[in-house]
Design a protein around this ligand. Sequence first.
Ligand SMILES: Cc1cc2nc3c(=O)[nH]c(=O)nc-3n(C[C@H](O)[C@H](O)[C@H](O)COP(=O)(O)OP(=O)(O)OC[C@H]3O[C@@H](n4cnc5c(N)ncnc54)[C@H](O)[C@@H]3O)c2cc1C
Length: 473
Amino acid sequence: MAGDFGVVSSKIQKDLGIEWAPKEDIVNELMKDMAFRPDPKFLGYWYDHSGEDFDWFIEGADYEVLPTTAANQATDKPNYIRPKCFPALEGYDWKEEYYPYFHGTITTNPNMQWACQAAQDAAAATGNVETMFSTWGEQLIKDESGAIAGIYVHDADGAYTKINCKSVVVTTGDYGNNMEMRRYYIPWADEFVSFYGNSDAAGTICNTGDGHLMCMWAGAKMELGPHAPMTHHMGGALGVDGYLQLNMEGKRFMNEDVPGQNIADQLSRQPLAESAEDREAGVKSWQIFDAKWPEQIKDMPDGHGYVNHYIPADQVDQYPTVLAGFGLGYTTDQMVEEAVTIKADTIDDLISQMGLPADVAKAEIERYNELCHAGLDEDFGKMSKRMFPVENPPFYACKFASAGMLVLCGGINCDLDMHALDTEDKIIPGLYVAGNTMGRRFLVEYPVVVAGISLGTAMSFGRLAGKNAAQGI
Ligand SMILES: Cc1cc2nc3c(=O)[nH]c(=O)nc-3n(C[C@H](O)[C@H](O)[C@H](O)COP(=O)(O)OP(=O)(O)OC[C@H]3O[C@@H](n4cnc5c(N)ncnc54)[C@H](O)[C@@H]3O)c2cc1C
């Protein structure tokens, strides 16, 4: 499903007129968002190189470029690239935001497979590349000096091959479905059900940390944590828009004006639901809004997971491409009506249908409305322009369950040449890592202030690791 590429200044972006915020602002914000645990040099490298790397990545592919997020496809090409949240929402200024969103990401549609295929075809066209599919790397081989000398791989029938080589780049993804590793490195992420769905030629889930283990068996060191689960909530009928939220005790619990990843952080801390069904489904809160949502959503933040654009019924046929997509920020009355969990004509009925303690929930909604009218959120400090009272029927509520986990970022300690480092921070000659097998990019929290930075960095550092491995750097 992946397709959002957080890349900076690729040719496509320049042609579209997309401008990124300055490097220092983005890198500093990413560092702040991740509690200053990653390595800013890696984030700076991504900012400086990901654009040209993306140009290289898709060279030779056949695709259409949409000029804006809401544009329709003008051709019947199966592959197209769409800028995300572009042009930026009128009035949106990232400098005013508690969690800024940095515009610029582009998305490969329907997913990134064709872009990967283009890169593979280009490699094959050189005549220098042999690709072995349905082949599992199992153990790295080192020589007497401690340098990499090859790798043992096997096929689906269990037949082993020894590959002799001076360098190995390990890019086997994350370890989100290796429960032993998860419980050791990040036990608190136990609550997250994995949404990662790719399986290999043997029908086994792919992201089991094979590469992390191979590297560690060869002497490499896992980076210090806390590792960062990618658990960004995509919200309800109006995405993660900052409307009132009540937990399962009927209480307001946070400044709701935060991105999906951070909503998930707070949901983790909320009490369990009373009903067995909701408890089983991990339901932790309700997002609540009223009939005025069509005029309010333009004031919600722009960015990953938000819904900002209301398309009236008489204009729906003008937006077929964007309305057929997922999580693109455009919606209609019908889409909202179909996606909400509950609709009610009175607050009392809404509370009753949500199954919340009536007195508590009613008092909380009244308090929230009072703060909205005063224009000051004395309880949680939400921006005044996003304080919308819940008072115009009909009323709507959407269930927010605990977010699922896409991947789990945390990897092998490495230097900026992508060498894996050993327990004494020394290079293991010939061993390189990239993507979710590498460390130093994402820690504590997967950041959504730049959408698609996981693919953007995986591609950039993958290319760098490949170049260095080929040249013996
Ligand atoms: C549903 C979903 C949507 C996502 N959307 C986005 C998005 O839009 N933008 C974004 O930035 N991120 C997104 N992500 C996250 C992103 O897809 C990953 O972080 C990224 O793909 C990591 O790249 P990688 O190359 O490190 O690993 P992967 O893409 O996981 O590739 C690792 C490869 O290694 C193979 N492998 C594993 N073990 C072995 C072995 N022993 N031997 C040989 N091969 C092996 C696997 O089969 C797999 O092909 C999404 C994730 C999911 C699950």
